[in-house]
Design a binder for this molecule. Structure first.
Ligand code: C2E
Ligand code: MG
Ligand code: MG
Length: 479
């Protein structure tokens, strides 16, 4: 009786053992599978994290560091835990990149940016951080910024290698670069100040003609603060009545009669006193304020000259910014209509800089101005490119021979033939000539001899407020 019972129990316990072993095996397999899944997931996550970190810290096009990585690296330099030498920051701006990008397209532009990155990386040490800050702006945080000479040489070499032509799709494309350098050791005490210092140095490099590197100097900060103050004050100058127009007579060389007057802007700053147009006009051009100031000059000049009666004309200087602004024609029309000044008594003076871009818009604007009956004088002729095709394509009525030729009359052999050639050229094209900057009787006589139609300069009259000129004009007109 016991025997079969024992055999049954044995079979049952064997079955139980098998089931338990199988369950254990299955559990183990599940556990291993689960662990493998977890491991794979965390590897994927680590890879995704690495990629996110890379994308957050790098420029995707060039593979260089980006602005945020540079910012963090500079922040670390100024932290109390920083050990080792203080770095130097080189900011680099490509010159002439935009026209290439616009002309050849973004694919070529991107290719150039990648090649720029390669050339920069090749010149810098492994421990230096090379970054693209956006557009055509790059930076190098040179890890060891102790030797001023070494850093300056590196910055200049960077400018040099970036000015070598780039070979892209069979085109040899030339750009260039300007660089500004600031030292974390001496020029700044925090990230913002270091960036601003390098930026000011870059601005100075561009102002010095581009293609070179400039080091930060404290005077640059002082000049920038002065500029910012002037910029703010210039916004208020018109409202406060600090701007005036002075007029300088332009007279016929043969008779001495005043035919026209050039309107020249003057700024009497309440605290700083007289500020030269050579200082504030470029500032007004950069900030776009020249559009409002120029409109005021056009309106005031038309009203002033209309109030004179007689037939003296007025010439107003126009800057390139005004010519590109859509309001110019409307401003001239309104000024003529409001003052009732005959259009032939109004003239604008432009410089060759306006014509350099040689675009349709400038041509159209100048033709429209001319179609109103207004004259167009080419100012400071001979100082720019003096491209003769300007005279052919643009509706110019008068050439103003630059002061630099007049002042060298009698001293340099070249001045006389140049002036006589310009006069002959202008006459053959049906234009008249004005010689600027006449300061002596000898110059006046020589210019008359050379056939210059009109003359302007301190010898014939300095720029003055209209009220001071009125009596002399009456005399010359009645004479
Ligand atoms: P610009 O149009 O060539 O004006 C002639 C400049 O030469 C004036 O300087 C005038 O005072 C100066 N000048 C005239 N005769 C003589 C001379 O015999 N000897 C010397 N050494 N200088 C002489 P200013 O008034 O300082 O103006 C400088 C420049 O500022 C002007 O050169 C013009 O480009 C610009 N500017 C002046 N007013 C305006 C304006 O209302 N609008 C614009 N856009 N520019 C203006
Ligand atoms: Mg002028
Ligand atoms: Mg001039």
């Amino acid at each position: 009786m016991i025997e079969p019972m024992l055999t049954g129990a044995e079979a049952r316990s064997r079955n139980i053992l098998i089931v338990v072993s199988l369950s254990g095996l299955f559990g183990c397999a599940l556990l291993i599978g689960f662990m493998m899944l977890v491991e794979r997931h965390s590897a994927d996550r680590a890879e995704a994290d690495r990629r996110t970190y890379y994308m957050a810290a790098h420029d995707m096009l060039t593979g260089l560091g980006n602005r945020s990585q540079l910012q963090q690296a500079v922040d670390a330099v100024f932290s109390p835990d920083h050990i080792g030498p203080r770095p130097a920051l080189i900011l680099i701006d490509l010159d002439k990149f935009k026209p290439i990008n616009d002309t050849f397209g973004h694919a070529v532009g991107d290719r150039i940016l990648t090649l720029v990155a390669g050339r920069m990386r090749a010149l810098c040490a492994r421990e230096d951080l090379v970054a693209r800050l956006g557009g055509d702006e790059f930076a190098v945080l040179v890890a060891d910024g102790q030797s001023v000479e070494r850093i300056e040489t590196l910055a200049n070499r960077l400018c040099h290698v970036l000015s070598e032509p780039f070979d892209v799709d069979g085109h040899k494309l030339g750009i260039g670069a300007s660089a500004g350098v600031a030292f974390a050791g001496g020029d700044a005490g925090n990230t913002t100040d270091l960036m601003v210092a390098a930026d000011l140095a870059l601005y100075a490099a561009k102002a010095a003609g581009r293609g070179c590197a400039h080091l930060y100097r404290p005077e640059l900060m002082a000049a920038a603060l002065k500029r910012r103050r002037l910029e703010a004050d210039l916004r208020e100058a018109l409202k406060k009545g600090e701007l005036e127009l002075y007029y300088q007579p332009i007279v016929r060389a043969d008779t001495g009669d005043v035919t026209r007057m050039e309107a020249l802007m003057r700024w009497r700053h309440a605290e700083l006193g007289f500020i030269s147009p050579a200082d504030f006009i470029p500032l007004a051009e950069e900030t776009g304020q020249i559009v409002a100031l120029g409109a005021w000059a056009i309106q005031t000049a038309c009203a002033d000259i209309a109030s004179l009666g007689g037939d003296v004309s007025v010439a107003v200087n126009l800057s390139p910014v005004q010519i590109r602004h859509e309001s110019l024609i409307g401003t001239i029309r309104a000024a003529l209509a409001e003052s009732a000044l005959a259009p032939h008594r109004f003239e604008v003076e432009i410089t060759e800089g306006v014509l350099l871009e040689n675009d349709r818009q400038t041509l159209e604007v100048l033709h429209t101005i001319r179609s109103l009956g207004v004259g167009i004088a080419l100012d400071d002729f001979g100082t720019g490119y003096s491209c003769l095709s300007y005279l052919q394509h643009y509706p110019i009525t008068c050439i103003k021979v630059d002061r630099s030729f007049v002042s060298t009359l009698g001293q340099e052999k070249g001045a006389r033939p140049i002036i006589s050639t310009v006069v002959a050229l202008a006459h053959n094209l049906g234009m008249f000539t004005v010689a600027e900057g006449v300061e002596t009787d000898a110059q006046l006589r020589e210019l008359t001899e050379l056939g210059c139609d009109e003359v302007q300069g301190f010898y014939l009259g300095k720029p003055k407020p209209l009220a001071e000129l009125r009596p002399t004009l009456k005399v010359s007109q009645s004479a």
